[in-house]
Structure formats: structure tokens, C-alpha cells
Ligand binder design. Structure first.
Ligand code: GTQ
Length: 355
């Protein structure tokens, strides 16, 4: 084709694009590669938030606004490749929430599901549909979709201190569906309807009520205490084989189904023995990690790009979809993590490679 013919084609096309633009149409062939990439290509980078840097800002936020005025006093962890979008991965939201002594974060409910992983401080509570649970570091707590929830901090054993936890929500997934609803209860705290430990007694002892009526898609257990989860991991690390990629990694389950504890977010706890030098692994579910214990390193790679993240207790980091992750532990390490794996599994999208 002659050069002037090419130019006239270009001009004709540009003119055509302009005319169809007025009809709210656009040509697929200009965007096809980006829409249907050969491999996952989301703008999502590896990143780490060190506790030593984050903690002073969190405490400072406590001097600027009350939990009540903020509704939820949270510093959102934003992926550096998606600033301004409240995203940590393409499908997940994460933030660190602070509640000071005697504060209440007022009761509301929304269709988004939330998880809490307790990072620092003891003795705050969260209430979910009439039952409170006291939070301790390392506990994994669920707020199922459309359940009333409020948080408070009365302290424990006569001591009351600031409490910080990691929030993980499926906000981007619900937004994608256009299915976001929320309402306020109009009271600071919801009425307490059951004693603490009720759901634990009913569902967390390898039994369930013979007249079980639980119909939700979410586990009826809403606090998975760290002590019990950690004990299981420690037992396995001592007495059985440790996986060369992931150490001892367990997923939290819904005891009624054996499936994930939450319908949209998969949650795991893993133990890496001291001096663990893990092999690389990659999967289509990007994941957010909270360091419960230990010091180590996450090597996160994609092609020529590599991030080496040195982590310690209470640090948070994100591994983007389809980047490979190798974990190394200097001291015995325990990591909590969450991803959108249940959704990808339900849709038949999940891919992973042990390299
Ligand atoms: O605790 O209900 O980080 O509604 C973001 C939205 C926490 C919560 C967040 C929320 C909450």
C-alpha cells in the first residue's frame, strides 16, 4: 500500500471514530489487545506497608476524627498502581481500622462482606447480628453480607488500649455487579441478643445444632481465634511434612459446607518454619498478607520486574495476580492472607503454578 493511501485510511478512520463517538460507539479493534490480554495484565504492583511507618499515622488519625464521626476510622491501603481507586488488588479493598478506648463505630449494614484480622491491641469487640466477640491479635473475624455490625472498645481485664485491625472487603466485586446497598441502624450499638461465645459453641466444636437453620452463604462462625488456628499449624509443622512452596498453609472453612468461610473472599493462615526458603508459586488470585509473627522476605516477580519485600510483625503486603511469590523466613513466621479465590473457583477461572 502506498504511503498516501495509508494516511488517507488513517484520516478516514479518525473521521469515522469521531462520527460513531456521537452515537456512544467505539471500535473494538483499537482496544482488543487491552480488553483480552494474552496473560493477566492488571495495573497492580507489589507493595508493602511497614507497621513502623503506618502506626504513627493511624494514631494521628485518632487525634483528628472520632470513630463516631468517621463512622469507620480507616486508612485505606491503596495499590500504588491504582491510586485514588480504593483498591489493593483489582477485586479487593483493604484498610487498617483504629478504635480508641471507649469509642463506638456505629451500627450499619451493607451488601459488601468484610473480614477483620486483628493486628494490634486487645479488648475491642465487634458485634454482628446481636452477638459480640472480643478481639485479640491474630483473630480472624467475619462480618457477613447484610448483617448489622458495630465495633467498640471497652477493654479487657481492666486495661483498655487502642486496637487496630486489617479490614478486607469485597467492595470492588459488589461495585462491579452494581449490587451495593447500605443502611444505618440509627443507634450507636445494636442490641445484644445472645451471649458471647454462642456461635462458637454452636458451630466451632465439630458439632452443629440438630435443628440447624443457618441459611447464609457465610460461615456461622464469626470469630476464628488465633490461638486455635495457630496451634493446628504448629502441630503440623512439628509432626508432618512442610510444603516446599507454602510451608504449612491452611484455609479457614465454613463448618456447614467445608467450603470457604466467606463466599467472595478466601482466607488462609500459614506457618513458615525458621529458615524456610520457599519455592516460587503463582496464581490468578492476587492476595493481601498480614504478618502475624516473624521476620522474613517476600520475593515477588513478573518477567524482568522483581520486588523484594522485607517483612516483620504487623506489616502488610500485596501480591498481584499472576506474579510469582517466594517466601523466606528468618524466624518462625505466621502469615494471614486473603484473596478472591472463592469467586474465581466458582467461575472456573482459577489457575496456579508451582514453579
Ligand atoms: O467496618 O463496616 O474498612 O463498612 C470499610 C467499610 C470497614 C466496616 C471498612 C466498612 C467497614
Amino acid at each position: 500500500m502506498a504511503i498516501n493511501e495509508q494516511t488517507s485510511h488513517k484520516d478516514q478512520r479518525a473521521d469515522f471514530y469521531k462520527r460513531i463517538d456521537g452515537e456512544n460507539m467505539t471500535p473494538l479493534w483499537e482496544v482488543l489487545h487491552a480488553l483480552v490480554p494474552q496473560e493477566p495484565s492488571a495495573a497492580c504492583d507489589p507493595a508493602i506497608w511497614h507497621w513502623k511507618d503506618v502506626k504513627p499515622y493511624l494514631l494521628e488519625s485518632g487525634t483528628l476524627i472520632t470513630a463516631e464521626e468517621a463512622v469507620r476510622r480507616v486508612l485505606i491501603l491503596e495499590n500504588p498502581a491504582m491510586r485514588g481507586e480504593s483498591l489493593i488488588t483489582p477485586s479487593l479493598y483493604a484498610g487498617l481500622q483504629l478504635i480508641l478506648p471507649d469509642e463506638v463505630a456505629p451500627s450499619h449494614r451493607h451488601t459488601q462482606s468484610a473480614l477483620r484480622f486483628i493486628v494490634d491491641g486487645r479488648g475491642a469487640y465487634t458485634a454482628v447480628d446481636g452477638e459480640r466477640t472480643t478481639m485479640f491479635p491474630g483473630d480472624f473475624i467475619i462480618t457477613p453480607s447484610w448483617t448489622w455490625h458495630d465495633h467498640g472498645n471497652d477493654g479487657i481485664d481492666g486495661a483498655v488500649e487502642p486496637v487496630v485491625w486489617l479490614d478486607g472487603l469485597d467492595i470492588p466485586i459488589i461495585r462491579m455487579f452494581g449490587a451495593a446497598f447500605a443502611e444505618n441502624l440509627g443507634e450507636r450499638s445494636q442490641p445484644v441478643l445472645r451471649n458471647q461465645g454462642d456461635s462458637d459453641a454452636r458451630y466451632a466444636h465439630n458439632m452443629q445444632p440438630v435443628t440447624n437453620q443457618h441459611a447464609s452463604k457465610t460461615s456461622p462462625i464469626f470469630n476464628y481465634p488465633y490461638e486455635r488456628s495457630r496451634e493446628a499449624l504448629a502441630h503440623l509443622a512439628r509432626h508432618s511434612e512442610v510444603n516446599a512452596w507454602q510451608g504449612v498453609k491452611m484455609r479457614y472453612t465454613n463448618p456447614l459446607t467445608g467450603g470457604w468461610a466467606m463466599p467472595t473472599i478466601g482466607t488462609c493462615l500459614q506457618l513458615l518454619p525458621a529458615h524456610f526458603d520457599g519455592k516460587p508459586h503463582r496464581s490468578t488470585d492476587g492476595a493481601v498478607y498480614s504478618v502475624a509473627e516473624g521476620h522474613g522476605r517476600a520475593r515477588i516477580r513478573r518477567g524482568e520486574r522483581e520486588a523484594v519485600l522485607e517483612f516483620g510483625p504487623k506489616d502488610h503486603f500485596v501480591v498481584p495476580p499472576w506474579w510469582s511469590l517466594s517466601l523466606e523466613a528468618e524466624t518462625e513466621t505466621v502469615l494471614f492472607s486473603f484473596s478472591d479465590r472463592p469467586v474465581q473457583e466458582a467461575l472456573g477461572l482459577m489457575r496456579e503454578e508451582f514453579l
